[in-house]
Write a protein that binds this ligand. Structure first.
Ligand code: FE2
Ligand code: FE2
Length: 244
């Protein structure tokens, strides 16, 4: 499936006037190792879905990232934005808080199927990011939009991979992923509207889009490295005798 193509179609259906630079960059993602295009990333995520502990570990990270993201967006909304943008950002933050709670509930359910509770090696705070924020709403909107494209890609892949999962939590996890995907689509759409307007105003802002696409691609590889190191530092999960 050509995800950039389906994303551009989605945006056109929402009557977003796509700037040619934007359309070209998104189309170009198909040729790049962006998030889930890579076969290696897909294989890693497949291995993760087959291992309860690795899956719980990643879902917990998603829960934390969603909550941190929510706090960041909320802080930017209240301190740096006003009018319609503030309203949009606060609604966005509320969604991300909800995703944090949903991923937390489901990660606990997945974790309960394992014999381990060593999921706690991840500590991040939003304070550093907030302290580094220079008040540049334009960059923030480009970064947010790129994050939402990443989420759209990742959830799309998760929804494909979950169909091969035969675990007691499968249907509840699938329901969570579908619900989150519905919200992420809204986030992709509204942030795309801002980003395309900003590009129309000043096409040299394409440099922001390029920079954040590269950054989120690197971050996706870092996530893969974390999953790999999760497997590398744990005993193999016992396999049910019937599966041998
Ligand atoms: Fe989210
Ligand atoms: Fe989102």
């Amino acid at each position: 499936m050509n995800l950039p193509h389906s994303m551009l179609e989605l945006l056109e259906q929402q009557e977003i006037g796509l700037h040619p630079i934007y359309a070209a960059r998104v189309t170009g993602l198909q040729e790049r190792n962006f998030v889930t295009n890579s076969k290696v990333m897909r294989a890693m995520n497949e291995a993760m879905f087959a291992d309860n502990r690795a899956l719980a570990f990643r879902l917990k990270r998603h829960s934390e990232h969603e909550t941190l993201g929510a706090r960041f967006i909320e802080a930017i909304a209240t301190e740096h934005a006003d009018g319609q943008l503030q309203e949009d950002l606060l609604a966005h933050a509320a969604d991300e808080y909800r995703h944090g709670r949903m991923f937390k509930t489901i990660y606990k359910e997945v974790a309960a199927t394992t014999m381990t509770d060593d999921f706690d090696d991840h500590r991040e705070t939003v304070e550093n990011e907030l302290a580094a924020f220079d008040g540049a709403l334009v960059s923030f909107l480009f970064a947010s939009h790129t994050a939402e494209i990443r989420n759209y890609y990742l959830l799309h892949q998760y929804l494909e991979l979950i169909t091969g999962v035969d675990k007691p939590y499968r249907h509840r996890l699938e329901a969570v992923l579908h619900q989150v995907m519905g919200d992420e689509i809204r986030h992709v759409v509204y942030t795309a509207r801002y980003v395309n307007e900003l590009l129309a105003e000043d096409p040299s802002r394409a440099i922001l889009l390029d920079g954040y696409l590269a950054e989120y691609s690197r971050m996706s590889w870092q996530e893969m490295a974390l999953i790999a190191s999760y497997f590398a530092t744990r005993e193999p999960e016992p396999v049910a005798v019937s599966a041998l």
